[in-house]
Design a protein. Structure first.
Length: 173
């Protein structure tokens, strides 16, 4: 099966639309942010604040760039325009990837254990089987750990609107 950037766009929209009302709104991003924060209870206040800030940035960027009719919410049709100007999302995606991957490594040894990875990804809204397949794709070491770096780069690729072949395609059902 070929997974396109468009397939991934659809999945990302579905994840961000936390209350499933067909629109992305500020409340969706706030809800996802607090869900993720809840499973990251071993992380420092600074790391959690960075994650909250990155979700705020997601919403402000999405609203600024994609809310074409300025009604304060972003429909799927509006959202698909993100593939037309991916460079506008680079900074947002990068800071989100930094903040999320950091939450996976509360002890700062550069490695992420599978249970925490899974908890964070389920909090974002991915399904358990897909999350497991992705962790395996990242080639965990003998202690079933992956590096923060490999996950961070995987997030950047996944949320990049136009990249066709990325590790995160495992997350498209
Ligand atoms: Ca919504
Ligand atoms: Ca709108
Ligand atoms: Ca660690």
């Amino acid at each position: 099966m070929t997974v396109t950037a468009e397939d991934r766009t659809r999945v990302v929209f579905g994840l961000f639309d936390v209350d499933h009302n067909g629109y992305l709104e500020e409340s969706d991003f706030a809800a996802m942010s607090s869900r993720v924060e809840q499973v990251a209870d071993g992380s420092s206040p600074e790391a959690k604040a960075a994650l909250r800030a990155s979700f705020d940035k997601w919403w402000t960027t999405v609203e600024r760039e994609l809310d074409a009719n300025r009604d304060g919410k972003v429909s799927y049709d509006e959202f698909t325009a993100c593939v037309l100007s991916p460079e506008k999302f680079d900074e947002t995606v990068t800071s989100f990837a930094d903040a999320l991957s950091e939450l996976g490594d509360p002890d700062r040894d550069g490695l992420i254990e599978r249970p925490l990875f899974t908890a964070l990804m389920l909090a974002i809204g991915f399904s358990p089987a897909n999350v497991d397949a992705l962790f395996d794709f990242f080639q965990p070491n003998g202690e079933d750990r992956i590096t923060v770096r490999v996950w961070r780069d995987g997030i950047v690729e996944y949320y990049h609107p136009t990249k066709p072949d990325v590790a995160g395609n495992y997350l498209v059902p």
